[in-house]
Design a protein around this ligand. Structure first.
Ligand SMILES: [Zn+2]
Length: 315
């Protein structure tokens, strides 16, 4: 199965005519998944060889504008390329991202009176308090959306952190498993790991010919893991004629996972610097000052724990 990644934008907060805001497409057979959708993503798509109409899932890492301001416009443009489909629903897009994304998208589409010829659902990831400084968490009033959905919106779910795997389970289909994990940033932020499922090994064609099995539907059934009964009455099991299974590829996650380890290692230092900066600017609250003091007390112990964790993971 083909699988490739296209970087549509790596310009972060400073896009330029030659470098778009954050966006990346994972393309597999039949569909494309978009990771982040900064402003201008739709024009970057037009410049690429990717067919925007193949986008079925969108994953937003965090709610800083350079990672999601392009989403309402992209949905509207995708809708323009849909043809009216009578009573039947058109294409459907699943959107995954932090809490607040559902409300943002709903309000943006409602205020702009955007009627879509496609449907969408937003699945929100619930962040934890220690995932960012307290100033990075949204006011609950902004994340609580009205019960009335946009006409083309379908109900989405709230995804909670699985304490056993320390991940958010997002997608489980026949080909892939997609999980999200927490990253440390000024606002709640998530990385995504796409794991391809194990694929059956190749058929041992020579052996099959020796057994009198010619290419045809039986090959497909054996490849799909089904046993078949030959004309001779013999039951042929797939494990007899299949090479060892092919391990699924794991794209995207490695660098992000390393990033998470590095971020964890520096997490306490980042918190301290963040609050110290505010104090230096003389607009810190008492809470900030106390947090810096308590972080300094803990620093010695914490840094030893972090070093041990990194040593274990490197091993
Ligand atoms: Zn950011």
């Amino acid at each position: 199965m083909s699988m490739d990644i296209t970087f549509l934008g790596t310009g972060s907060a400073y896009p330029s005519p030659h470098r778009g805001a954050s966006a990346l497409v994972l393309r597999t057979e039949g569909e494309c998944w978009l990771f982040d959708c900064g402003e201008g993503t739709q024009t970057q798509l037009m410049k690429s060889a990717i067919r925007a109409s193949k986008i079925t899932k969108v994953f937003i890492s965090h709610l800083h504008g350079d990672h999601f301001f392009g989403l309402p416009g992209l949905l509207c443009t995708l809708s323009l390329s849909c043809s009216p489909h009578g009573d039947q629903e058109g294409p459907h897009i699943e959107v995954y991202g932090p809490q607040g994304l559902r409300n943002f998208l709903r309000v943006a589409l409602q205020i702009s009176r955007s009627d879509l010829l496609l449907t969408y659902a937003v699945h929100e990831l619930e962040p934890s308090r220690e995932q960012s400084p307290c100033t990075g968490h949204l006011d609950p009033a902004l994340t609580t959306s009205s019960p009335q959905l946009h006409p083309q919106e379908r109900p989405g779910r709230t995804v909670h952190l699985d304490p056993d795997s320390d991940c958010y389970s997002l997608v489980h289909d026949q080909r892939f498993v997609v999980q999200a994990f927490q990253l440390y940033h000024r606002v709640p932020s998530f990385g995504f790991a796409v794991q391809e499922r194990e694929r059956p090994g190749r058929l041992k064609v020579e052996l099959l010919k020796e057994l009198g099995v010619n290419p045809g539907p039986l090959y497909g059934r054996l490849k799909n893991g089904q046993s078949v009964t030959l004309d001779s009455g013999r039951l042929l099991r797939p494990e007899e004629v299949l090479e060892p299974a092919v391990r699924g590829r794991k794209r995207i996650n490695r660098r992000w996972h390393q990033k998470r380890i590095i971020r964890r290692w520096h997490q306490k230092r980042i918190i301290r610097r963040w609050h110290q900066k505010r104090i230096n600017r003389r607009w810190a609250s008492e809470e900030d000052k106390q947090e810096v003091a308590s972080e300094e007390d803990k620093q010695e112990v914490a840094s030893e724990e972090d070093k041990q964790e990194v040593t274990i993971r490197r091993g």
